[in-house]
Each structure stands twice: as structure tokens, then as C-alpha cells.
Design a protein around this ligand. Sequence first.
Ligand code: 5GP
Ligand code: ZN
Length: 115
Amino acid sequence: MATQDGCIFCKIANHVIESDYVYEDELVVAFRDMSPMAPTHVLVVPKEHYDNIVDSVPADTLAAMAHAVDQVTRAEGIRESGFRTIANTGKDAGQTVMHLHWHVLGGETLPMALA
Ligand code: 5GP
Ligand code: ZN
């Protein structure tokens, strides 16, 4: 498993530090954001370290992330009402954790700018 020393999401995704998980499989975890910006605010995170979505992420990992979004939104009851999936990449997008993650936000009518 390729992880990066000192990366907080490597630690959470591999249970070195525990979090509030809502989904897990062999490739990804999903856990609640510590500063939620909506009633449901979950982060979908691969267990291997990738800096962002353009860091040569393998197709099976991207598929696992999409599957996790499906599972999480069903479990949270927001699949029918709608939700937003966001991947901030780099400085101009305000990415603060440099380990690939997708925000999944829902549970209310979302403002246009979020996460
Ligand atoms: P970014 O700004 O990089 O797109 O999003 C990083 C997100 O990770 C933020 O929404 C922030 O609240 C969340 N976050 C950062 N550190 C932790 C942590 O240790 N635990 C959890 N649960 N969320 C975190
Ligand atoms: Zn990492």
C-alpha cells in the first residue's frame, strides 16, 4: 500500500488514526468531515496516496470512489433528494489536504459555493 509519511488522510484511510467511518472497502474509505458544511458531509478517500484527481489515479480506484458515493448517498438517504460531489485540486481551488478526496454534500438545498 503506497502511503505518504505525515499525511493525515493516509492515516485515517488505513486506521492509523480512527475517524467516523460511514463506508469502507478494500480500496477506499468514507468518513464524516470534521467541519461539516451540510447535514451530510462525507469525504471519500482512497487508501493509497494520490495528491489529487490528476495524479495518475488507477481506474479501479476511481470506480471504487464512485461506488462509495453510491453507497454513502443511499445510506445517508440523500440519493433521491440530490447531493454534490466536489474534488478541490490545488491552490486556486482551496485544496487543504493534499491526498485525493471527494466531498459528498447533501441533506438540504445547497448554496452554489461550497467546500
Ligand atoms: P479540501 O479543502 O482539501 O478540499 O478539504 C479538506 C477537508 O478535510 C476539509 O473539509 C476539512 O474539514 C477536512 N479535514 C481535514 N482534516 C481532517 C481530519 O483530521 N478529520 C476529518 N474527519 N476531516 C478532516
Ligand atoms: Zn495520503
